[in-house]
Design a protein around this ligand. Structure first.
Ligand SMILES: Nc1ncnc2c1ncn2[C@@H]1O[C@H](COP(=O)(O)OP(=O)(O)OP(=O)(O)O)[C@@H](O)[C@H]1O
Ligand SMILES: [Mg+2]
Length: 212
């Protein structure tokens, strides 16, 4: 079964039953992550927002202040399920919206081996898929380049913004940080671009840690 089997597009407008969609996500999630996977009613609101983005439900997107043209910045407390959810969403999006997951920690490790070329690598539009979900923004260790401090992920985010503006290439991310903390970590230039390139979707601050 595919997502498109439970969505009915009439005149380009998606019609679907949210209960069916939740069931479908649980089915896919169990398949991908194991039988313990379930979607808690506490997370329904988050799921609805993401669904309206996936299926381009303009009415719902409007209600949530979201845009189909932008990426997703999924924030929330440790262990609430951000990474799993973005991995699941990656299996549901249409081909032209495919993205890869990339832990920010891996990028900084690549940077310490290969230097500045890494910034260019994640800022290019020729990669396939073009869209990237930076997983765990803000936990990567600070880097130095010939003694100078460099904010590798911050630099990459600024370049990704340029890609978004010039070529509509999407960037997604997961993070434990709120926008204020993102500004502290990456500076005001990154913060000022966030709203323009991302739909900001947040788990409730007291969402349970699903690792427990
Ligand atoms: N919907 C779910 N049902 C059951 N278990 C889940 C669900 N989502 C995630 N988990 C489990 O909870 C744990 C944490 O999930 P995940 O890594 O996605 O959280 P996270 O928000 O990305 O955490 P962190 O902030 O540390 O990056 C994992 O072991 C995962 O398998
Ligand atoms: Mg995570």
């Amino acid at each position: 079964m595919n997502l498109s089997d439970i969505i009915n597009y009439t005149d380009g407008i998606p019609h679907y039953d949210l209960k069916n969609i939740i069931q479908y996500l649980e089915y896919k999630g169990k398949h991908k992550f194991g039988a313990h996977f379930r979607i808690s009613p506490h997370d329904y609101e988050i799921i609805f927002q993401i669904i309206s983005w996936i299926v381009n439900d303009q009415k719902a997107c409007e209600k949530y202040g979201m845009s189909y043209r932008k990426g997703i910045l999924l924030s929330g407390p440790v262990g609430c399920g951000k990474t799993s959810l973005m991995k699941l969403v990656a299996t549901l999006v249409p081909k032209n919206r495919a993205y890869i997951m990339k832990p920010t920690r891996e990028i900084t490790m690549e940077f310490s081996k290969r230097g500045y070329d890494i910034v260019n690598q994640y800022s290019r539009s020729v990669r396939s898929p073009k869209a990237i979900c930076f997983d765990d923004l803000g936990v990567e260790p600070p880097m130095r380049y010939f003694g100078d401090r460099i904010n590798v992920i911050g630099e990459i985010l600024l370049s990704r913004y340029d890609l978004f503006i010039s070529k509509q290439i999407l960037t997604h991310a997961t993070t434990n940080l709120n926008t204020q903390e993102i500004e502290i970590r990456y500076g005001s230039r990154v913060r000022s671009r966030l709203r323009e390139m991302f739909n900001l979707i947040s788990f409730s601050p007291d969402a349970e840690d699903k690792r427990r």
